[in-house]
Design a protein. Sequence first.
Length: 247
Amino acid sequence: MQSSDHSGPSSLPKRRYLRIAQALLSEIQQGGLAAGARLPSDRELATKFEVSRATVREALFAMELSGAIVVRHGDGTYVADLSRGLSQRYGHEIGSTPEHVIAARLVVEPSISRLLAASPRDLDLDEVQRDLDTATRLIDEPAQLPDFVNHSMVFHAALAAMCPNHILNHFASELVEIDRQPLWVLINQIILKDREKRVELIADHQRVLDAIRSDGPQGAEDAMKAHLQRNQAQLFPGRAGIDRPVF
């Protein structure tokens, strides 16, 4: 008898179909499946991963929404060209487009950084630094990409949780939680598949943290805004100048 595809009410990243999607995405990222390559049938994938065909179809659906694959009905499923960005890929599973979520983060998170920098001694920034150090050690571990992506979300979640303005705290926490949805986990993995982008992300996070510690409110706000604006180009290539962050 097949076990449930869900391991608990708060375990979105542990859903079985997400594990299948992550494994396929890892194979794509490592060159095992090139852009334009046809994926095996859902029956073959079900046998390979020892899951039901329904689970495979869920995984493929999430990958299609994230833009990692293209389904040609009556023909087959093919690996998409991930270098083309996500400007036309929409987050139907979360009820909004990536652009809406990202634009909201650009409004909220720089303001939170400004507030935090007003009283940095009241914050447990050492804990944030320890988690950032853990993420740094994962940069050269491609197989640990899901963990790296999770740490990138933890960084923003930790800062949001420290915000003394409870309304901003709530808004930011809700936005970060969207990044924990399976579709967004896959989108973030697509963006961070290249080592140089992982290095850039960690460097940006360190700059934000250092700015909160010692650069004052304006410096912290500017550091967060610069981080988000730099990363927006990775999600929406060729659309620079529009305030849309990634993380």
